[in-house]
Design a protein around this ligand. Structure first.
Ligand code: IPM
Ligand code: MN
Length: 356
């Protein structure tokens, strides 16, 4: 048996995780994996019930799970809370306490979806980037000060710090991933300015020279990388970078596909891993049943692939999603005239039908 903890979270998180679990149940019938499920709260939903965005009970359940399927957290009604109680703390707390040090964000622009990209088709064509973002270090988890008075002026600060072992393990992951792809890694930093980036670059070069000479490695400053994503996106394969640069670059890459509602992600640790859509909780459309479930369904496929080694089952889900799109099924976020307009449930049903 393989045990999955499902954390719907807030907003559309509930709808999209429900759809993904239905797809997993169907896949389980076909491939006899033996999946079991347990639901836990996090984010605003947890705050409303327990007064905190993440409970020990949820963390413990996740520790014991083979994998975690996560929806999204956040919403206007919790925006006034102090930083430690905000819904975002739930996902940050899970990453840190479960040691989810790698965040994988694949962005592929398929030919059939090229018209959704804000880029010219000839630029978008062939884009297939795997962003490997360091997820438990850097400025997100460095020392910070919310407010202090120095010489009569209020100030605040956050520290960006990386150690050699932290950079080595994320680089190793990126190099291994590249070996299974096109064999090309771009390491992104700001080593013209930051000491932490200079250590990052030195460490990447050393590990590459010692163990990964077969992989083509280049380095890019983050500001240049942001430009290159917009003008030569198809020249990238694997991009490895720090927590904050990865946060920003992965949003940029996501928008290049024109359909953030379709992008999955995996946050991988030594013990367990968490899978979630790249999009947020979309409070404006929550409860209306119109949210696109594809990103979460594809996250479930990543879960099967990376945590359970069920490549065939993962392939089957990805193929069912592609076939459904090829046939013209579209939720509102990706609707174009002449296509078959469906709500979230309609999209899920069409994908289930293709699995059968
Ligand atoms: C993401 C999100 C989170 C992050 C937020 C919600 C804390 O933007 O997963 O990219 O910044 O990492
Ligand atoms: Mn982000």
């Amino acid at each position: 048996m393989k045990h999955i903890v499902v954390i719907p979270g807030d907003g559309i998180g509930t709808e999209v995780t429900d759809s993904a679990v239905e797809v997993l149940k169907k896949i389980d019938e076909i491939y006899k994996i033996g999946l079991t499920y347990e639901w836990k709260d996090a984010g605003g939903a947890s705050y409303d019930q327990y007064g905190v965005p993440l409970t020990e009970d949820t963390i413990e359940a996740c520790r014991k799970a083979d994998a975690i399927l996560f929806g999204a957290v956040g919403g206007d009604q919790w925006d006034h809370l102090e930083p430690s109680l905000r819904p975002e703390k739930a996902i940050l707390g899970l990453r840190k306490s479960l040691g989810l040090y790698v965040n994988l964000r694949p962005v592929r622009i398929q030919d059939s979806m090229i018209e959704y990209s804000p880029l010219k088709p000839e630029i978008a064509k062939g884009t297939d980037i795997l962003i490997v973002r360091e997820l438990v270090g850097g400025i997100y988890f460095g020392k910070r000060c919310e407010s202090e008075i120095v010489n009569g002026a209020e100030q605040a600060w956050d520290v960006e710090k990386y150690s050699v072992p932290e950079v080595e393990r994320i680089t190793r992951f990126a190099m291994e991933a590249a070996r299974k792809r096109k064999g090309h890694v771009t390491s992104v930093d700001k080593s013209n300015v930051l000491a932490s980036s200079r250590l990052w670059r030195r460490t990447v070069i050393k590990l590459h020279d010692e163990e990964y000479k077969d992989v083509r490695l280049d380095h890019m400053y983050v500001d240049n990388c942001a430009q290159q994503f917009a003008i030569h996106p198809s020249s990238f394969d694997v991009v490895v970078t720090s927590n904050m640069f990865g946060d920003i670059l992965s949003d940029e890459a996501a928008v290049l596909s024109g359909s953030i509602g379709m992008l999955p992600s995996a946050s991988i640790g030594e013990e367990t891993s968490l899978y979630e859509p790249i999009h947020g909780s979309a409070p404006d459309i929550a409860g209306k049943g119109i949210a696109n479930p594809i990103a979460t369904i594809l996250s479930a496929a990543m879960l099967l692939r990376y945590s359970l080694n069920e490549d065939k089952a993962a392939d089957a889900i990805e193929k069912a999603v592609n076939d459904t799109l090829e046939e013209g099924y579209r939720t509102g976020d990706i609707y174009r005239e002449g296509m078959k307009r469906v709500d979230g449930k309609g999209m899920k049903e069409a994908i289930l039908a293709h699995l059968g």
